[in-house]
Design a protein around this ligand. Structure first.
Ligand SMILES: NC(=O)c1ccc[n+]([C@@H]2O[C@H](COP(=O)([O-])OP(=O)(O)OC[C@H]3O[C@@H](n4cnc5c(N)ncnc54)[C@H](OP(=O)(O)O)[C@@H]3O)[C@@H](O)[C@H]2O)c1
Length: 239
């Protein structure tokens, strides 16, 4: 993989950011813009703070949104993709409807593939792709069954490894972060709220800012690709 020196500031390129209205997305937008970059938010409606432009679209139709992103980017220099959008229905497997399964896959997994394919050929300053997974890629919570979500997040791990090998020769890194439970909209709406921080080694919740710091590290890191970095206060260590 061509090596670029790690820099302390990001070049003024566009970050394509899904989940830009969410807790992690807003923290990522703030960090990227704070380092001098521009953010194209992808969301069902513009919201929150921190994006320079928006593509409005529902990632339950990921291919259509990816086409819209391609059109919106036009000649803009694109440096990175962060896929932070996610949805979880937290249903037991026997109660999960076909629609819930399809939507969970579309937003969490298919959108990652569709958008990564969209930006990969036009990256002008490769800083890479970071997909926001979950510790649920590895763990199955007893208090909040979510097989569809776990399967989709686990799919991101395989996707990242395969894209990392395929796109390594042109210097595009592809990595995953695995957050632990956070007190965000999504976090408190599912079973993680019941467990709270109890499973963490230090009994602390994971914060969007901690996840963002890992994302920014992975976007800048040279020679780190196809990896899954847990930001979970040790949630996966005990049993
Ligand atoms: N919170 C946790 O405990 C936790 C733990 C591990 C991993 N994660 C992962 O972390 C990432 C960020 O989550 P968060 O905690 O920041 O949650 P959040 O604040 O609820 O944000 C979720 C984001 O996903 C977007 N989204 C959901 N469905 C969408 C759709 N159909 N089309 C387009 N966008 C859609 C939301 O946009 P709208 O404004 O349109 O709803 C929102 O921007 C997710 O991938 C999640 O799976 C979260």
């Amino acid at each position: 993989m061509p090596q670029q020196p790690a820099s302390s500031s990001m070049s003024p390129t566009w970050l394509v950011l899904t989940g830009a209205t969410g807790a992690v997305g807003q923290a990522v937008a703030t960090a990227w813009r704070g380092a001098g970059g521009l953010v194209l938010g992808v969301s069902r409606a513009p919201g929150g703070t921190g994006c320079d432009d928006w593509v409005v679209g529902d990632l339950r139709s990921p291919w259509a949104v990816a086409d819209r992103v391609r059109t919106a980017l036009d000649q803009r220099p694109v440096g990175a993709l962060v896929h932070a959008a996610g949805v979880v229905y937290a249903d037991e497997a026997l109660h999960t409807t076909p629609d819930e399964w399809d939507q969970t896959m579309a937003v969490n997994l298919t959108a990652a593939f569709a958008l990564a394919r969209t930006i990969a050929p036009i990256l002008t300053a490769p800083q890479g792709v970071v997909l926001v997974g979950s510790i649920d890629a590895h763990l199955a919570p007893r208090d909040g069954p979510d097989a569809a979500y776990g399967a989709a997040k686990a799919g991101l791990l395989g996707l990242a490894r395969h894209l990392a090998v395929e796109w390594g020769p042109v210097g595009t890194g592809v990595n995953v972060v695995l957050p632990g439970p956070m007190t965000t909209g999504m976090g408190v709406s599912v079973g993680t709220a019941a467990a709270g921080a109890a499973g963490a080694a230090d009994k602390q919740w994971t914060s969007p800012e901690e996840v963002t710091a890992a994302i920014m590290f992975l976007l800048r890191a040279r020679g780190v690709t196809g990896q899954a970095l847990a930001v979970d206060h040790g949630w996966q260590l005990g049993y």
